[in-house]
Design a protein around this ligand. Sequence first.
Ligand code: AMP
Length: 220
Amino acid sequence: MNPRKVNLILLGPPGAGKGTQAQYLQSKLGVAKLSTGDMLRAAVASGSALGKQVQDIMAKGQLVSDDIMVNLLRERIRQADCQNGFILDGFPRTVAQAEALDVMLSEEKKHIDCVIELKVDDKQLVERIAGRFSCAKCGAGYHDNFKQPKKSGVCDECGATEFSRREDDKAETVSKRLDAYHRQTAPLLPYYQKKGVLKGVDGMADIGDVTRQIDGIIGG
Ligand code: AMP
């Protein structure tokens, strides 16, 4: 696989480290990181019509409709920064979305090269999710226990000093999101296995180890 032009999906439950690894892959490969959760949160923050439509659904930890998601993504992958490739984080989340993605990508003359599953232990996910926060300006991800900024209170990536925690990272919403993953998203694993593009990594390892495992897969 040519590591410079690659379309990837990162798959795993909330808190598995998809956002962290997507951030790394984005700078390593020069491809675009497309986090559907970030895109929707930006829409909510901007108060756009889309934001108003999805605000309550997201706060409850439910899934936004497939039509909205596929259209959002189609517009996004047409942009210039996706022409070298992209990493999907948070999409697809159901088999129906995966099927809709396949149709949309073939219409756009693109395809998925590889799906990387971050395998993790559910019990540890709650601790991981409870401790996470991100830069309010550039969105870089951090964690109280596993990844503090190098200089306390200052973002490593952009130097900003404001951080935020996600509304839906509260314990009761997290268990709903985990439940939704097992019911709706885990069936994607056999879907991509059959297509021969699924690769697994141990997502419980240190951040750097997970990165090395992914490098091994994409030929870094
Ligand atoms: P995430 O940041 O990926 O955990 O997404 C946060 C929230 O955004 C989810 O709980 C859903 O409400 C919504 N969302 C993100 N991606 C999708 C998707 N592919 N399909 C439906 N809803 C989504």
